[in-house]
Design a protein. Sequence first.
Length: 606
Amino acid sequence: MAGDGTVFGIDLGTTFSCLARVSPAGEAEIVPLLDGSLTLPSVVLFVGTDDYITGETARQLARSRPDDVCSLVKRRMGDGDWRFAPGGTSPGTAWSAPAVSGLILSALVSDAELTGGEPVRDVVITVPAYFGDEERRATVLAGEYAGLNVIDVINEPTAAALSYGFARFEVGNRRTLAGPSAADEEVALVYDLGGGTFDVTIVELADRRVSVVAIDGDHQLGGADWDEKLVLHLADAFAAAHPELPDLLDDGASAQALALAAEQGRRELTDAATTTVRVEHAGAELDVEVTRAELERLTSGLLDRTVILTHAAIDAARARGVRGVDRVLLVGGASRMPAVAQRLAEEFNVPVELNDPDLAVARGAALYGEKKALERLVVNDLVTRGQLADGAGVDAADPADLDAACRRLAEALGLPPARVRRTVEVQVVNVISRGFGVLALDRFGEHGAVFLVHRNDRLPVIVKRPFGTVRDDQDTVTVYVVEQAGGTESRRIEDNKIIASAEITDIPPGYPAGTEIEITFRMGFDGILEVTARHEGLADRALTVRVETSAALSQADVAREREQVARARRSRDASRFSKPGDSGPGKGPGPGFRRGGLGGPPTGWT
């Protein structure tokens, strides 16, 4: 689609972001930035109260302004207490994760509008499959801060599978696959190792259907952790060569420079068996040779962790009747490391495909965006003509009516009818990333979590469950909504996260203990939860539990941050803000690397 009806796909990545659209020819394409690159580093450098720089320039200036650079902010999405306070701004100036992400989105959209020649308003933004309710809401808020209309959020592995699956769905363009024929159902394992997050998703692909069966992952695990292991190794080598100098990692400028060098070194080892990384600190320098085998040894525990999570996802899929996996699709820039494909091939003995891992997610999001736009128009046409009930989906339409509606829409938009019909008919079935429930008393009088929806349940879902009051004449009922925090469901309160609470008040007297309270959970394809509660004695008054989570900002905070993001000015003149004199020792802490193990926060975390 072209013009005002375009729904763009955005991969808001931990380390890189990009934007895609569907071309008039029906191909999902990345919209380039002004400098010709296809991805924007997800880095923001704050200069003064209202000025900022994004992208590669911000990454490079991190060497001289370590206290002003925020990166890997995606790992803080959903953390309502976190704020980034740039060192060079006025006291009290701080940015939440959605606000920083809003600046990244604004920069990405600004470039895309200039190079793509059309406004960017309606978008689908991707999120890690293992993101919970709070993180998804924070992502939507980031889009709103950037002035975008977020049509939907879609899991990154699902988007990648959709990009892959659309090639199979092309009319007259069915390709031959190893294993099952293209007309048969195929089970793909999407292994998504990005810069800061890891997801694994089991997907069934059949004619015009992409069905997510099971997901697992860790949104605190990604390529940045490989970089951190290499940083610590290089810092140790430098310390051994220069024991008289202070610790490199205690100096912000030196640590930032080393982080960039380590990342570049890791990327070089994707194609080369050996590379040399220059370490500079306090006027001294050291060239350290690093081999691919050495990097793989240093990071073997990280790769093991992804394999454990992958097995868990496969086990969950098998419990739901999936026979096995036919192929592995590698997604995310860090999946380019040769050790990843080699290990997965050995572990699962199926073909492992690496095809545009950096861009597949955004392309899939754009395809899904076009599907949403065309589907809405077709449904409206059918409802207007009385051929479809209000609220029903295209799958409920008579095939002949659906075909006629697709032809009418294709003619109006100047698109091939087959393309419209194919896009509208593609079904995307997603699953819940974590279990959700409420706190309730058991028969021993102990509070515990009771789950109404469970991880890997299919979306959308509506579940109703009765509970009871605990005493006679109870005039108030408090509903606590919880989200599964660990890998398995647990009744223990400490193993879950309370994400919302609300009260049913002014209940009249006369109702005995055990009076029914009906709780309803609704969750759409976007994975965002809605909860209602109804007391038997107040049948005409349902309580909506507004899931303003512990991570949610107040309305006043949202209004203030919306204004803060709108006021911020993006600068492209980096020379105004470089501070070459800041490269010496004692200029502030490093980017959070910690000797003796993984766990230090990345650049810009406070």
